[in-house]
Ligand binder design. Structure first.
Ligand code: HPA
Ligand code: ZN
Length: 339
């Protein structure tokens, strides 16, 4: 139980059917699994134990996190590693009441180490099939380009993924935001749109509001990942409201990466009350101290969200998913019944 959270709201959060749209599957690698996979493959990690690794999760910005996150990827080598990683996430997500998840994956952090695209996608798709059979959950994959790498590398990654086109729904953009604007990838995203892929992009996490505008105008982004710096531009906020552009906000991530100093200072509630389609996600839960229900609880307690606001948050997520309208209608009915 989170301190300061009304028990009725706590129970509502437990009951709410949740859709998670901002989740990096590599960011669900818990230290214990990292050590188990390191032993399996004879890989040496930079820390002596899982406890020591977890104790190193003290970040001061996005890059200080990414350095550990990419180092952790080194233990993911064969198809079963990717299956096991995603299976562990689905078990936790199911326990949190997640009915649907759209998983980001970063193929360049694996293909650069000699792991084949088919190994990554094959393992993740096996876990998705198992989660559907076991829990009735659904999930999709979104391939993210690493924005600190070149446009050429992104094009090569898209090319390598096209044989698996029917196994992922969209493309996104992640990694170090500062100095890597969406404009750098306009041509790659145009090519992805040409293949019928859905478009999302991280923007306005550490980067300026102008990167959100670029993601919309130059990449064709349908959702913005994070987007919390939109409030530096009133005209942009008005545009997000009018065009119903969803923001996949990740409150505990913003806290851990020092995007906000205190959750009580987070602009989630202010954006929600201004009519922006914000929702709550976990981003990299193994690193940021909580899965999606933990994020709902911490945010509700810190910002005094009401039951209606929690329901609206869950509705925003359901509406923003890349699934057919009749599926969304089913979730929305279940959300209404959770009240
Ligand atoms: N931001 C950018 N890139 C990322 C993140 C994030 O929060 N998590 C994993 N890659
Ligand atoms: Zn993210």
């Amino acid at each position: 139980m989170v301190a300061g959270l009304d028990p009725d709201l706590d129970r509502l959060i437990t009951r709410l059917p949740k859709v998670e749209l901002h989740l990096h599957i590599e960011g669900t690698l818990e230290p214990e699994m990292a050590f188990a996979l390191a032993a399996k493959h004879g890989v040496t990690l930079a820390y002596p134990s899982a406890a020591a690794l977890r104790a190193a999760y003290d970040f001061h910005d996005l890059q200080s996190f990414l350095d550990l996150y990419y180092a952790g990827c080194a233990v993911l080598r064969d198809e079963d590693d990717f299956r096991a990683l995603a299976a562990a996430y689905f078990a936790r997500a199911h326990a949190d009441g997640v009915v649907h998840a759209e998983l980001f994956f970063d193929p360049q952090s694996h293909t650069s180490r000699g792991v084949a695209m088919g190994t990554v996608i094959g393992g993740l798709r096996r876990a998705i099939a198992d989660a559907h059979a076991q829990y009735g959950m659904t999930a999709e994959l979104i391939l993210c380009f690493l924005r600190h790498l070149s446009e050429e590398d992104a094009f090569a990654t898209l090319e390598a993924a096209l044989p698996y086109r029917d196994q992922f729904v969209g493309v996104g953009l992640d990694s170090g935001e500062r100095g890597n604007p969406p404009s750098k990838f306009a041509r790659v995203f145009a090519a992805a749109r040409g293949h019928g892929l859905r478009i999302v992009a991280h923007a306005g996490e550490e980067g300026p509001a102008a990167y959100i505008t670029e993601a919309l105008d130059l990449l064709g982004a349908e959702r913005i990942d994070h987007g919390v710096r939109c409030d530096e531009d009133d005209a942009l906020v008005a545009r997000l409201v009018a065009a119903k552009i969803p923001l996949t906000v990740c409150p505990l991530s913003n806290l851990k990466l020092c995007v906000v100093k205190d959750l009580a200072e987070h602009n989630f509630a202010a954006l929600l009350r201004r009519g922006v389609a914000v929702m709550i996600n976990s981003d990299d839960p193994a690193y940021f101290g909580g899965y999606v229900a933990d994020n709902y609880r911490a945010t509700a307690a810190a910002l005094g969200l009401t039951a209606d606001e929690l329901i609206l948050t869950a509705e925003h997520a359901a509406r923003a998913a890349f699934v057919k309208d009749d599926i969304k209608a089913g979730w929305l009915a279940r959300i209404a019944a959770a009240r």
